[in-house]
Each structure stands twice: as C-alpha cells, then as structure tokens.
Design a protein around this ligand. Structure first.
Ligand code: MG
Length: 231
C-alpha cells in the first residue's frame, strides 16, 4: 500500500496511519463552500471571491472571517460578528444540494482498513451537517477518538497543531504517517508538522500552489491516489 511513494522519498513500509482532510478530499464539497462563503461575505459587507475561498480553505470559520476583516475592515472581527457570519455561511451551505462523497474515497478507506493502516480525520470544519454526514457516507470509519475538527484545536490550519493532534490520535510518529490534503493551507499545516503530504488537486488552483505550500506529491484526484496505491 502506497509503495509508489518510495519514489518520492517516503518509506512506505513504515506507514501506520493516513490522516485525511475532509472537504475536497472525502467530500466533493468545495463548490458548495465557495458559493456559501461568497454569498455570506457579501451579506456582511465583506468581499470574498471564489479563488479566495480556495486559498483560505483549511482555516476555521473564525480564522477565515478574521483574515478578511483584518484586510478589509482594518480590525479583527468580534466573536459576535464571527458567529453571525459563520451562521449565515452554514445556512446557505445547508440550503444547497448536498455534497457527494468524493469518487474513490470510500474504496481508498476500505483498502487502508484491509491493510490495518490507521485512519484519522483532520479538518478545520465546524460544520455539523457535514461532520454528521461522515458516518452516512463512510460508515464505521470516523469516530470522535480519531477525529480532529474545528472544535478541538486552538490554532487552525495552516498552523501544524491540527495535524500534530491527528498524529497523537493515530498513536504514530510523523515519519509513520501520510496526509491527504487538497488545500494550500492544509498542505502547509501538514508539512510544518513534518508529515509526508500527498496533495490531491480537486479544485481550480494550479498544482504549483500546492507544491509551493509543501506538498511532497501532487495528484489530480482521490481516485488517482487510490489507483496508484493499489497498483
Ligand atoms: Mg480540504
């Protein structure tokens, strides 16, 4: 499993756990997030383009809102503002057609489980609708003891804290794990945590952005990772 990573400098025989990001990796949900963020921001006097959504992906909701507020209002957002904007964003998100599981994701999880490789979720999301959907789409794979969400961390991605916590939950060291990420800030967080990082470029950003963020390999999709892994 993942022996193809040997050519990129990762000793695949050491692999004990894979740490998965959620949005844009397990769920094909980023188009919905982009739609919800751009509309919610406009309703709260902030400007956020779709590209900005993809570039900020991985931050917690308040992390994203504060980054915009500092840049456009010249001050941090208050907690009440963060809560109001994130509530609007979540409401719009939940009104959109439900995001589908990413093609290949369930097969990849099953293949890892067959090899007894640990699976941990590391997401900046605090979106309860998606977190609860995890168990519908990927039954039995994600339980709180093996999940890191926006509710668990002080510093969101791109800080390494979420991935360091993911390693602890997996009970493995950085050299025994691989991260699967789609977002530049998520890749940066994983790279800073010292973990070999596979970027799956499921969005509109150029591959370079993910490589510069610290990805060790950039693949075009989750299915391409599955195919490389089981080849
Ligand atoms: Mg993501």
């Amino acid at each position: 499993m993942f022996t193809f990573l040997n050519q990129y400098g990762f000793e695949a025989q050491r692999l004990k756990a894979v740490l998965f990001d959620m949005d844009g990796v397990l769920f094909d949900s980023m188009a919905n997030h982009a739609e919800a963020w751009t509309r919610a921001a406009a309703l709260h006097r902030l400007r956020m383009t779709r590209e900005m959504v993809y570039m900020n992906e991985g931050r917690t909701g308040s992390g994203t809102i504060n980054a915009l507020a500092l840049e456009q209002w010249g001050r941090a957002a208050t907690q009440a503002e963060c809560e109001a904007i994130y509530a609007t964003k979540s409401e719009i998100f939940n009104s959109l057609p439900p995001a589908r599981p990413m093609p290949g994701a369930l097969d990849l999880l099953n293949a890892l489980r067959q090899e007894a490789i640990g699976i941990v979720l590391v997401t900046g999301s605090g979106q309860r609708s998606l977190l609860t959907k995890l168990d519908d789409a990927f039954a039995g794979f994600f339980v709180p003891e093996r999940m890191v969400t926006a509710f668990d961390v002080r510093h969101g991605k791109p800080h390494p804290e979420p991935y360091l916590m993911g390693l602890r939950k997996a009970g493995v060291s950085a050299g025994e794990a691989v991260v699967v990420e789609n977002a530049p800030l998520g890749v940066e967080a994983a790279h800073k945590a010292g973990i070999f990082t596979v970027a799956v470029n499921t969005g509109p950003l150029p591959d370079d952005v993910l490589a510069h963020a610290g990805a060790d390999v950039v693949l075009p999709s989750v299915r391409s990772l599955l195919e490389a892994a089981i080849r």
